[in-house]
Design a protein around this ligand. Sequence first.
Ligand code: DAH
Length: 327
Amino acid sequence: MSKKHTSLISELRGKLKTCDSSHELSNIKSYYLGKNGILADEFIKLKSVKLSEKKELGMSLNILKNEMQDLISQKLNLLSSENDKDIKATDVTLPGKNISLGSRHPIAITINDIMDILGSYGFTSVEGLEIEDEFHNFEALNISDNHPARDMHDTFYVSDNKLLRTHTSSVQIRSMMVAEPPLKIMTPGKVYRCDSDPTHSPMFHQIEGLHIDENINFGHLKGTLIHFIKEFFGKEMQIRFRPSYFPFTEPSAEIDIKFKGKWLEVLGCGMVHPNVLSNVNIDNKKYTGFAFGLGVERLTMLRHSITDLRMFYDNDISFLSQFKDLK
Ligand code: DAH
């Protein structure tokens, strides 16, 4: 390379050394490599040199051109990788991002608690179908076609004979039809009724209990449920059994608890009606049993003093996160 060209290279090196922005670099690039730049000027000289010098000058010019291009593109890479570093740099002094953990829904917490308690009494969990037929939801439970109790159920029909189950009592029937006594089951699940206000929702949860064996009597029912309520609320509650009526139990009762000075109903129960046992081919002379059905939303509302049941379904994080510390 000619002396002139070598000095142009060192001049360029000097400029690149102090260059620290891509804007400046692009100015340098057009100064040397641009259409009317230094390199172009040097190439023009090629036309006027003697033939004997042309070859040498041409070679020197090519080296000059390559070297200039290399130096500029190296600098370009350097600047852009420094830029990347700036972007990716992590400020370790910044506070970390909070990962907020979800929590169980209060209804799920109540279901788990109830199942833990009943499970410890020997009840095993069974799930049935949410779309039921009239036989399992009504007829087999001693609620015949024109029984007035059907009106109380505000049923959603899917088709003529298919409906959204109105209670988990239908699972009693399904279970008794496939298993021989003794039978001791609890059946958590969703149920549906065409009803909506602060204390009713078209979909809610129930847990049904059923215990069938020889010599089961009302004392077993009372013992089980009194114990259950004490464990669920975590303390001795004032409680009363009030005579009631359900087509599928005889005798039937409802349990009320004293809550803020008022008696409030918490569950229905009774001795399984002999007709129900015979409907599922269980010998009602040999076997007896008790059943109960409780509303999960209702128990959760009582436990946490919640006044509007619809809050359970609004998915409002500030409401739901209050149950975070419960298991
Ligand atoms: N199935 C009733 C309802 O949804 C609740 C119920 C009451 C269930 C008494 C029972 C029972 O098993 O014995 O209103």
